[in-house]
Design a protein around this ligand. Sequence first.
Ligand code: HEC
Ligand code: HEC
Ligand code: HEC
Length: 135
Amino acid sequence: MKLSSLLMFVLMLFAAAPASAEYGDVVINNYSDAAGMRPVVFPHWFHRVRFRCKVCHGDLGFQFKAGGNDINMLKIIDGQFCGACHNGEIAWSVENCNICHSGKPNLPTQVHESTLQRLTPPAPPASAVSTAARP
Ligand code: HEC
Ligand code: HEC
Ligand code: HEC
């Protein structure tokens, strides 16, 4: 691949990033493993077809970044983040620990199995990039 086309490819990846979570599940594991709980798996698409982006990423303040929100159970029970809906009114309540804490132990924080991840080839190794850059 020519360096210019490689650069285009990388730029395209960045341009596409804001939609990458639409089809994937988000694994959230900033604290869970360390606290002896399974990592949280947030099914993004399942929620996205029920609510507009703005509800969560605007009104509820969720950052567009896997693991980018400092979430804990006190905040959830206080009605923040997941707790804005998982309160027994809009959706089932927090006592259903295992529905949220459903990931395999040690799964890192990530967007899991997004369509984008499956369709894009893995990045070339650094050596290929430096070779391409030579005149
Ligand atoms: C609606 C989804 C949801 C439910 C239900 C839920 N949790 Fe969580 N929980 C989260 C999220 C999101 C985090 C942050 C995950 C992370 O960063 O590791 C979290 C973090 C935690 C943590 C680590 C942070 C802290 O607050 O100490 C513990 C421990 C925890 N949950 C226990 C529980 C227990 C016990 C239950 C059931 C009584 C439960 N959770 C139910 C979503 C949920
Ligand atoms: C029900 C709430 C909810 C709705 C609706 C929602 N999102 Fe999300 N979104 C989340 C949560 C929760 C995360 C993960 C945040 C975390 O890990 O702390 C997330 C993560 C993301 C990410 C980051 C993924 C990454 O690569 O790190 C993007 C991008 C995103 N959402 C875009 C969207 C778009 C676009 C829409 C509307 C089409 C949307 N979201 C609708 C809750 C929502
Ligand atoms: C804007 C409201 C809203 C927010 C915020 C929200 N949820 Fe949900 N969630 C729902 C609704 C509504 C359902 C469907 C409830 C039902 O079927 O009874 C649901 C269902 C789920 C399910 C079950 C999906 C399935 O396949 O049945 C999981 C898991 C879940 N939520 C996790 C989370 C976690 C983790 C967070 C925070 C990171 C979160 N939710 C934040 C509204 C929300």
